[in-house]
Design a protein around this ligand. Sequence first.
Ligand SMILES: *Cc1c(COP(=O)(O)O)cnc(C)c1O
Length: 823
Amino acid sequence: MTTREPDQALSVDDLKEKILTHLHVSLGTDRNKASRQAWWRAICSAVNESVFDGLRRTQRTHYKEDTRAVHYFSVEYLMGRLLSSNLHNLGCYQAVADAVEQLGLNLSDLEEQEEDMALGNGGLGRLAACYIDSLATLNYPAVGYGIHYEHGLFQQTFQDGRQIERPDSWREYGNPWEICRPESIQEVAVYGRVETQHDPNGKMTKIWHPGRTIKGVPWDIPVVGYNGSSVNVLRLWESRASDFFNWDVFNSGGYIDAARENVEAETISMVLYPNDETDRGKELRLIQQYFFCSCSLKDIIRRYKRAHGDDWSQFSEQVVIQLNDTHPAIAIPELMRILVDRAGMPWEEAWDICTDVFAYTNHTLLPEALETWSVAMLSKVLPRHMEIIEEIDRRFLVEEVEIMWPGDEGKKRELSILENGGHPRVRMGHLSVVGSFKVNGVAAVHSNLVKTDLFPDMVKLWPDKFVNVTNGVTPRRWIKACNPRLATFLDDQVGDNWPAHLEDLKKLKAKADDKAVQKAFMEIKQQAKIDLASTIRHLTGIQVNPKAIFDVQIKRLHEYKRQHLNLLHILLLYRRILQNPDYDIHPRVFIFGAKAAPGYHLAKEIIYAINKVGEKINHDRRVRNLIKVIFLPNYRVSLAEKIIPAADVSEQISTAGKEASGTGNMKLSMNGALTVGTLDGANIEIAEEVGEDNIAIFGLDVDGVKALDRDGYNSRDYYDNNEELKAVLDWLEGSYFTPSNPGELAIIKHSLLDHGDPYKVLADFEGYVAAQEKIDGWYRDPSVWAKKALINIAGMGKFSSDRSIQDYVRQVWKLEPCNIADK
Ligand SMILES: *Cc1c(COP(=O)(O)O)cnc(C)c1O
């Protein structure tokens, strides 16, 4: 591989010496007995010399220049591994790789020592990680705030095809990337009661007497920008028992009680909630959200006051806070509380500050995913915040809704932050819209649906509040670091500025017909497929043919993402092959990666069904190796980085209107996979960029789905009228795939026929099969395929997270880039 690092300040000899020194002085071992883990740590420590220096210079520059900064509030960050990404961004990957090789080791092997930092579920958390990478790269002052979970997303294994969850202990043996900052600890209160006092002038004040307090300990993870620019920080809060709150118990001999209270306090940041369980009225989840929002706001205010004292007039000029979904929406009443109750500010003035500071990103329209909290629980956990929310709502209804729609009680009911009824609830989406100055969806179609279907009347009140920012992904991790062969190829074809200027990829389009370029691309893809085949062999014991089409569906398991539609197509091919020994398709390997939320029964049954069908197909000689089905366990960022470079086909087959954007679709297309997809989320924009000849679009669009819902959808019609569809659904019901437990897979058929097929799987089946046949046809001519793949890569400039960040800066954040001083 060629060496073309932009900033090679350190020689290979320097690096060797640093690594060996850290092996001695940081790890207390030497090269003769060091474990691979010790070597990995020594490399991290050597790298951290540069990382920490960049961090110090960045923080110093931001402080001296008193810059406006964005504060990204997210309960999830799906960071993955940091070593390779940091080395690439520092511009010293090749030098370190050479140094490690001269020490008799292999850097890629050592990278496997790192546990993924999996403090998120899926797309939303990975988006936050890509955004903080781009913010640092573009030199914008920014802090990511979140929760320092002791256990991230569960680790997945399969036992007889069923998902088993195990705790994820990503930092059991420490984590070299994080720095504890005890000097910035915050205290957070919960529970208790509110006392109302009237001073002699008749002014009412509220005093919250908390039931208990918790300590928030910040851990900083430096975020290195590409090309030695800024090093920003991701600040994650860990909960601990407050110094104050267990003293009395302890002194009165209640050692066990004191210890128990410690455990309870530490429980708050103990585990990440897996997706589905969020809206089950989990008190702990609410406390998690409040805990990190309160710590983060106090941290922001502390920093602001260092420069501005008690003068709040500049606050909204210095601070913007982006709410990544509604999970941090409780920050809105918390800032009101701090300003009104603590700083003694009049309500109106405080509200003006709030609504200049917060902006909100909506990530979903799925009703079950829209957060609400019961008024009863909020009143118990955060009694003062509940009062503040009621006051925000009262003023909103009187000052906005009543003015626009006088006397319209129906409108008030629809728009109110409170959903009244027997068990009233707080609608966090409504609170977020009312409390923010901008609201954005995450792809064009989704942002439109936010306006037309989710908050149509809010749009009438505030037409300019609603904007679109289409998601993006960082090309540093998702091309340069994970697919080095493709990166070198791109350097040769379009010059080496593409990692920071992804639009440069469009130069590749003119070369898409060039046979030599096509051949070079296909060889790179072939190598990646050979690598993945070896990973598959290692993880599952199954041998796959690297000449087959690698057809990939990797994402959380959910009915709306329709892994079961993919399964029905696999069953159809299997049946055709069995029925017709001459049936001719290009060999295909179907590769899945997906975790199901532990409480999501049907999702787990779909995993089981794919595994059982796969078992049968993979061992059936009559299949002649035409198809194989691989479900790789424990899908996560580091596994995505191995799968994506090797993908030929990207499955993006959600029901139109359900996937807000998707980002997996972008990562795969960037690496030269062709999309089989619906007109949903960012697929629509991908199709616009690559052209309809270079993507296999099928199925209902948003209007088609709505029309079916309006006119009455009957999935049974499709079953009755498509003989092959009927046959494969009936096949699932029998004992063919589960001989020891007949009928075990029938639940999938029932969900589609007897429970209304809410995600229109059967309606889209025929179109999906046709799209797959088109793919098969294209792949038979390598030149046709290579051309389409190259045009896909060429069209991906738009989907860099750098572009998304620039969209946020222009439309929402209004930031200036800040160059970092050398000293
Ligand atoms: C990108 C990514 C996702 C999101 O994938 P979608 O296909 O957009 O749902 C989820 N998990 C991981 C590990 C990712 O890297």
